[in-house]
Design a protein around this ligand. Sequence first.
Ligand SMILES: [Fe+2]
Ligand SMILES: [Fe+2]
Length: 354
Amino acid sequence: MSTVQALDNPDQVMQRAKTENLISPRFYTTDYAAMNRLDVSALRAEWDAMLAEYEGDNNHDHFKRDEAFASEVKPLPPELHQEFLDFLITSITSEFSGCVLYNEIRKNVDNPDIKQLMTYLTRDESRHANFINYSLRDYDLAVDLQALKASKAYTYFKPKYIFYATYLSEKIGYARYITIYRQLEKHPELRFHPIFRWFERWCNDEFRHGESFALIMRANPHLLRGGNVLWIRFFLLAVYATMFVRDHTRPILHRAMGLDSDTFDYRVFDITTEISKQVFPVSLDTNAPAFRRGLAALVEARMAYDAAATRGGVVGRLQQAGAALKGAWHFAKLYLHPVKKHELPAQIRVAPVW
Ligand SMILES: [Fe+2]
Ligand SMILES: [Fe+2]
């Protein structure tokens, strides 16, 4: 059952983009002085090679619509339409969240390595966000990005948390876009919107963004050792669990692509986990039955929480508190589930081969 609430007018779209809850995309600020002190010289050759790739800008001509685009936008069944809009809005919010963060870092540092990188990341994410907005405009909707920037709540993260979180969201973003692209490449009859044709070249941007944070962390290996490994475990779980719960509010969207939310998410986890071995010494055992039961329990707790919120009143509030406690309990159990351990490879960069 879809739990996406109706999105019919621009106000509801902005409300959805501004939503603050455990599974909504967030905006971040950080310690710019610490960002400015970052040193990547331990990996100078890899770093310069990566910046040259950004400079080459192989996607400069990609985020333009072709002639067929408009003719491929068709009316969708109402529930699919709503879930697709929700997908577009959470995607644009995530893309734009990256854009704002990278741009703020760019403006606040003079360290040439970091400033240069952030300039390229901002360029890419702004293209991505704007390209999604064109698709909302086809439905006479849009996210007002400047208003969103001004009104969204910002979460402060220390630089190391920014690295763990953005590395993962870039790589998981890659894995999501490529999984959708490959599925619809195999089943073009299920491609219900033209934007999915853009995902292959698009996801290579996200892949490269992730590579940048991998290099920053590998150049500063204390970020990947000792007590920080507990933080890495936390961010792995937070990012995976958030995606899993959010995707399970949109079952119809995945079914329309010939997938179900479970199949889609576990494929995305497999790809992300494989890639993340380039930098993280631990990974989550997402194929263990107990781990999977824990994720399913989180979805159930979330559904119960939403149902209680809709019910309202004293009973509703009590039930909401109960569901939140249950969710926290299952999250803690998942956190304590044994992780897999890896040696970090000598060759850091990975190719987007999925
Ligand atoms: Fe992006
Ligand atoms: Fe990105």
